[in-house]
Ligand binder design. Structure first.
Ligand code: B4P
Length: 191
């Protein structure tokens, strides 16, 4: 079973690469960003309170995203594995994920980080903002805020997996196919 944490700053290509990985490895894709946007579209109470934070580029509370992921793992007990995309984003989320997986007799296989510099991230997200309709992709100030949230709250999650010997980083700049091939090489090494 492959349980991958795909890591990187906003705009690093996590969502893009996840789509290719789920097809190749038949994994369940768990994107907390997508799950939150689905709650917003359905206008649930959770969605409405998350929207206020997401529109400012701020992370939503740990207990909200942990609860969403717990439900999804329990709904997919017979899965071949999971891609965690955009989760965990804090060390508290990483600790909760380890515990949840342990309770289900599972474990993270490894974390792969996509390394992309800040100028490229801003360029990609503002470009996506022209067509995505995502309020958090609309202006540079907001995009910078998301990168700042990543640097302060999310970056330490890499050390959490490195301490377990489960961290690999690859270049996230270049052709999408080339980055995908490098990801597959790391994953195939886990088999
Ligand atoms: P997310 O939905 O996770 O959004 P994201 O970080 O912007 O990454 P995404 O996966 O969408 O973009 P990608 O890199 O694929 O989070 C949104 C918000 O939700 C957060 O700010 C937060 O408020 C909240 N949230 C989500 N999870 C949370 C959690 N666990 N805890 C607390 N809050 C949480 O792609 C970006 C663009 O780059 C695309 O347009 C793509 O086409 C392009 N691109 C990809 N690869 C490329 C390449 N190689 N070259 C050029 N362009 C490329």
């Amino acid at each position: 079973m492959i349980n991958l944490v795909l890591f990187g700053p906003p705009g690093a290509g996590k969502g893009t690469q996840s789509q290719k990985l789920i097809e190749k490895y038949q994994l369940i894709h768990l994107s907390t960003g997508d799950l939150l946007r689905a709650e917003i579209a359905a206008q649930t109470e959770l969605g409405l309170s998350a929207k206020k934070l997401m529109d400012q580029g701020i992370l939503v509370p740990d207990e909200v995203v942990i609860g969403m992921i717990r439900n999804k793992i329990q709904d997919n007990r017979s899965a071949k594995g999971f891609i965690f995309d955009g989760f965990p984003r804090t060390v508290a989320q990483a600790e909760a994920l380890d515990k949840m997986l342990q309770e289900n007799g599972l474990a993270i296989s490894g974390m792969i980080a996509l390394e992309v510099n800040e100028a490229e991230l801003v360029k990609r997200l503002l470009l996506r903002g022209q067509t995505s309709g995502r309020p958090d992709d609309q202006n540079e100030e907001l995009v910078q805020k998301r990168v700042q949230e990543y640097n302060t709250k999310t970056r330490p999650v890499a050390d959490f997996y490195a301490a377990q010997g489960k961290f690999t980083s690859i270049n996230g700049i270049g052709e999408i196919e080339e980055i995908f091939a490098n990801l597959c090489r790391v994953i195939d090494g886990w088999a």
